[in-house]
Design a protein around this ligand. Structure first.
Ligand SMILES: [Zn+2]
Length: 663
């Protein structure tokens, strides 16, 4: 066991310089040691009575694994089930649809009757008048070609297996341990997982203490690039799967180390001994959190573009923050998991919104982004909320609750009727942080809220909505009932000005006089050369005129329309135009009064006239202006005080990835 004091450099990394006014380093960081929480090593006794799964890959090139499971049998019949969803990704995905040709037998190989009884359950029945043996063998082929963080993927080169979409469990047997044995095809070198090795000592054999741990511990197989390092006595592994191309795993590790150090300092506790960052270079993006690992998908070309690289760092920061915020500090309503049904939660905005707030902020505090880049990220989040008409329809808490049927199942009307608990959640977290800072005279912040909530509610039960709010009020020293009613349970328009002014910031003023083209209030797509409406903005001009999704736009007046932007460029707000459209194959005319596009620029900028105290509040929040150090390792960073400004390269992609593909 190794206990390390947090070095001063990490405090500096967090933006806290001892002489700085209003910058209180976290108490845990200065007074206590940060050391990983150790688990008892597994013994052969832990493996007794374990369900056993053997996974082979004879047909990997065609995306199949063969799973052979030895499960307990009892009485005349026993039911076995597969999860229909996986924690962190709130959609019923029906994993059982990838199970093929299941059979049941005794250990001696005698066939047993197997019957599918629901979409995700199978029943094994003893011969007439008999009882099942204590151990039943179930075999099936598993199809895996969905290259996402929450499903399975297998090909000739590699595999990603998630427990929920791979393994069966007996009804009522969630507490049983699971032993998993992998037989690797020729040419595959490694299996990687946060599961502990099976005490039997075989290669590629692991043991999960129960079904929750099995589901929470994805396994990567193939020949990944493997890197390992220690931070505060805990081991970290970066496993990169896929052709590296321009991807530089060393740089990925170097930057990830800084994120890890900053988040250890933030929480003051390292709740694992070993943590695995899976990085699959499938292209695209996304991530899914686990207790001691995260699966991320990246594009190898992200490494070539500074903004896309920051997007990837944002993803790392986001998923890693979940190690605390949700994997241990979680809403009481989100556990124990019901793996066969939706699990409803009104606090997903705490889980995802607060995490989305801190993913950017902790990149800044780790000196991986500049002050300006942080403000750009904040601006983007504000813009996303304000660009969503559904913010006036759906509250943050309702958005959380309905994630299963709305956020995860978007359609052409989603933006009109809903708001993202990621985007609005992160904006509300920003407002909440500011409230706490202001109410406590700059002495405390949302950081303290999260640490206190972790201390109180990271146990078995989790927190209720009221308990989380009570922690915020306790730290702020002020009631927040109105804040909750307005921003969490309500759909009121958000007032950004006061919160921004607290930090000496403001929204870039809009030029009301500027000449702008007319606005129709639709988004269109090119459907084989046709300009077709894909979305109609609620209460916009097209909405008022009765234009519909799937209407094809043919002409404005008598002028053939080739591009909507071009056509609108010839108009002004207030113009009355006659549109020729096609709907269900017939032409018709629709008269529309064009409007003025709602504000689309939500750029947060430093207010040059703000008093010095506001600048100090900003520096206590973000660290001093403009410092970013790209090269040195964390403990060298602040010590030598060098600064290497990175140019702003436009919006990062990580937040969008976190929203659309990450969980
Ligand atoms: Zn998340």
């Amino acid at each position: 066991m190794r206990a390390l004091r947090l070095p001063l450099a990490i405090l500096l990394l967090l933006g806290c310089r001892p002489e700085q006014v209003g910058c209180e380093p976290p108490a845990e960081a200065t007074e206590e040691t940060v050391e990983p929480v150790r688990r008892d090593p597994l013994t052969p006794r832990d493996a007794e009575g374990a369900i056993e799964h053997r996974v082979t890959f004879a047909d990997a090139a065609r995306h199949y694994a063969e799973v052979t499971s030895v499960l307990p049998g009892e009485g005349e019949a026993t039911t076995y089930l597969m999860a229909v969803w996986t924690p962190g990704s709130y959609l019923v995905r029906e994993f059982a649809r990838n199970v093929e040709s299941p059979t049941a037998a005794t250990l001696e190989g005698e066939a047993l009757e197997l019957r599918k009884v629901t979409k995700n359950r199978w029943e094994v029945r003893a011969p007439e008048g008999g009882t099942l043996p204590e151990r039943v063998v179930l075999r099936y082929r598993l199809y895996a070609r969905e290259a996402t963080v929450r499903t399975n993927f297998i090909d000739a080169d590699m595999a990603l297996l998630n427990g929920a979409s791979t393994f069966l469990v007996p009804e009522g047997g969630l507490d049983l341990p699971h032993a998993v044995f992998f037989e690797l095809p020729e040419g595959w070198e490694s299996s990687v997982t946060s599961l502990q090795p099976h005490p039997g000592g075989d290669a590629h054999a692991y043991l999960a203490r129960d079904f929750d741990e099995l589901v929470d511990s994805p396994v990567g197989l193939g020949s990944p690039d493997l890197r390992e390092w220690e931070t505060n006595g805990a081991t970290h592994v970066m496993a990169t799967f896929g052709d590296l191309g321009p991807w530089d795993p060393e740089r990925a590790v170097r930057d990830t180390e800084r994120i890890v150090a900053a988040q250890h300092a933030f929480w003051g506790v390292v709740p694992y001994e070993r943590y695995v960052f899976f990085d699959y270079l499938f292209g695209g993006g996304g991530g899914l959190e686990h207790s001691a690992s995260t699966v991320m998908i990246a594009d190898r070309w992200d490494a070539e573009d500074p903004a896309r690289w920051r997007g990837w760092l944002g993803l790392v920061s986001h998923e890693y923050f979940h190690t605390w915020n949700i994997k241990r500090l979680r809403p009481a309503s989100l556990g124990p998991f019901d793996y066969e049904n939706e699990n409803y939660v009104r606090d997903l905005w705490v889980v995802e919104g607060i995490t989305s707030y801190y993913d950017d902020l902790l990149l800044r505090r780790a000196r991986l982004t500049t002050h300006d880049q942080y403000l750009e990220a904040l601006s983007r989040n504000i813009g996303r909320v304000q660009g969503t008409p559904g913010r006036a329809v759906q509250s943050l808490a309702d958005s959380s609750f309905d994630a299963w049927i709305k956020f995860y199942r978007p359609d052409e009307n989603s933006a009109n009727t809903g708001v993202s608990y990621y985007a609005k959640g992160s904006v509300v977290a920003f407002l909440l942080d500011q409230r706490v800072r202001e109410a406590s005279g700059g002495q405390r912040s949302l950081d303290d809220v999260m640490r206190l909530a972790y201390e109180r509610y990271s146990g078995e039960r989790g927190y209720t909505t009221d308990e989380f709010r009570a922690v915020v009020e306790e730290v702020a020293g002020a009631p927040l009932g109105e804040f909750w009613a307005t921003y969490v349970e309500g759909t009121d328009e958000i007032d950004y000005d006061a919160a921004l002014a607290f930090y000496g910031l403001r929204l870039q003023p809009v030029d009301e006089e500027a000449e702008v083209p007319g606005w129709l209030g639709v988004s269109v797509g090119d459907h084989g050369g046709k300009v077709v409406i894909e979305r109609v903005v609620r209460d916009g001009p097209a909405f008022a005129a009765g234009l519909n999704v799937d209407d094809e736009l043919l002409a404005v007046g008598d002028e053939r329309l080739a591009s909507l932007d071009e056509a609108m460029g010839r108009t002004e707000p207030g113009d009355e135009v006659s549109l020729l459209i096609a709907r269900r194959g017939l032409l018709r005319r629709v008269e529309v009064t064009l409007g003025r596009a709602p504000r689309s620029e939500w750029t947060v900028q430093v207010d040059p006239d703000a008093p010095a105290a506001r600048r100090r509040a900003r520096e206590s929040w973000l660290g001093p202006d403009g410092v970013v150090e790209d090269e040195p390792a964390p403990d060298e960073t602040a010590a030598d005080g060098t600064s290497d400004e990175m140019a702003a390269e436009g919006p990062a992609t990580g937040d969008e990835a976190a929203e659309t593909a990450a969980d």
